[in-house]
Design a protein around this ligand. Structure first.
Ligand code: GDR
Length: 369
């Protein structure tokens, strides 16, 4: 079985500069004696989250050298990065410190930079509106400025979000739909989206945005409704808990599988021209449908186990009619999702059943989730 080389062999020759055309990666044989030179270096800001870790795996499989930026100490145990820990390099930097970004860009000389560093749980942005703006908005400017100073030939990807459309008058949304965010998170992300465009226009930077709709995987934290439901269905089916509290069951979202969406991120940076792309499934489902499908997958009736907790209902901050038209991505990137809604729900529930079985988590730890 061919395998990719470990980190030591993944280093690029010391005289290789960003912009050099390097040979494509070659997989080694079982004895590991074929040298492997990566074709490109990618710097992922916010590598330890769901998207950062999945994108790293994809880029490694494409022969990239992957360098990640984390805010915490690089010796922290990042669970999502465990499978690839020996194959990536981690640096500590902060998007609020342009100096630290200049340092990491100068040291790593990446061809591509993916900015995934941002708070992601939308309700939290009401509790931490300033922090949210600092990271999701101002941090993008710091990064663009750092790129301009170190190497304006770098390709930059900004993680934009469907939250920027907010109370949209256009359904479905495209790249041309006017922004109408309603949450501090959405407003901050709108700034990040617009400043990326602005630097592209003013300085000619290769700066692109992927406007991603909800994308999920077993690496989603339990705060998000997909994992909250899949984890509850799995735990209840194993007799570890008996019910789950949810908010608005009628809320609808355009959900997809994160593995498909990180592939779109990569494709966005492989285009000749920088641009913005909506990445979405184009279909919405309600939270009720999600619960029904997840519980049915483990042979349970959702109505016997789901209770509504009014404190979880978002009220005026709830988004309606958020559904993406990803025709441009489908035509120009050749992208389309491989996992549909049912496949996604099954994948999430199966992963939680497996995880709970293997860890045998005690009942007490599950009661509050
Ligand atoms: P969202 O994701 O806010 O769309 O942002 P989330 O999973 O939190 O909510 C989706 C929908 O489910 C409804 N809902 C609940 N949500 C949570 N979290 N918990 C509940 O108990 C619950 N009950 C009902 C919500 O009201 C909402 O309508 C995600 C994040 O990944 C963002 O970072 C990203 O930018 C957008 O998707 C696109």
């Amino acid at each position: 079985m061919p395998r990719l080389q470990g980190q030591a062999l993944l280093r690029t020759p010391s005289n290789a500069r960003r912009g050099d055309v390097l040979p494509h990666a070659v997989a080694s044989d079982d004895r590991g004696n074929v040298p492997c030179v990566p074709s490109k270096r990618a710097l992922i800001i916010g590598i330890s989250g769901q998207d950062g870790s999945l994108l790293s795996e994809l880029l490694l499989s494409e022969g990239y050298e992957v360098i990640g930026v984390v805010r915490q100490s690089t010796s922290t145990r990042f669970e999502n990065l465990e499978p690839i820990r020996g194959r990536i390099e981690l640096h500590q930097a902060d998007v609020l410190s342009e100096v630290s970004l200049v340092d990491v860009l100068s040291a790593s000389e990446p061809h591509e930079v993916y900015n995934l560093a941002s708070p992601s749980f939308v309700p939290m942005s009401w509790k931490q509106p300033v922090l949210t703006a600092e990271f999701a908005a101002v941090g993008v400017t710091a990064l663009l400025e750092a790129i301009r100073r170190v190497d304006d030939g770098v390709r930059f990807y900004q993680a934009s979000s469907s939250e920027i459309f907010g109370e949209s008058r256009e359904v479905p949304q495209t790249e041309e739909t006017p922004l109408a965010p309603v949450t501090p998170y959405g407003v901050a992300k709108a700034y990040g989206h617009l400043i990326t465009r602005s630097y592209r226009r003013q300085y000619g930077l290769y700066a692109s945005s992927g406007i991603l709709y909800n994308h999920e995987s077993p690496r989603r934290p339990l705060d998000f409704v997909t994992r909250k439901i899949s984890h509850a269905a799995a735990a209840i089916s194993l007799g570890l808990k008996s019910e789950v509290l949810l908010g608005n069951l009628d809320a609808r979202r355009d959900w997809g599988y994160a593995g498909d969406y990180v592939r779109a991120m990569w494709l966005v940076l492989q285009q000749d021209e920088a641009d913005d792309f909506v990445i979405a499934s184009g279909q919405t489902h309600s939270v009720r449908e999600l619960a029904e499908a997840a519980f049915a997958h483990v042979g349970l009736d959702w109505e016997e186990h789901v209770r509504v907790d009014d404190t979880l209902i978002r009220g005026k901050a709830e988004l309606h009619d958020i559904v993406g038209d990803s025709s441009k991505a489908r035509e120009q990137l050749g992208w389309s999702p491989r996992v549909d809604f049912d496949g996604l729900v099954q994948l999430l529930v199966d992963a939680d059943v497996e995880r709970l079985r293997s860890r045998a988590e005690p009942v007490e730890t599950l009661a509050d989730i």
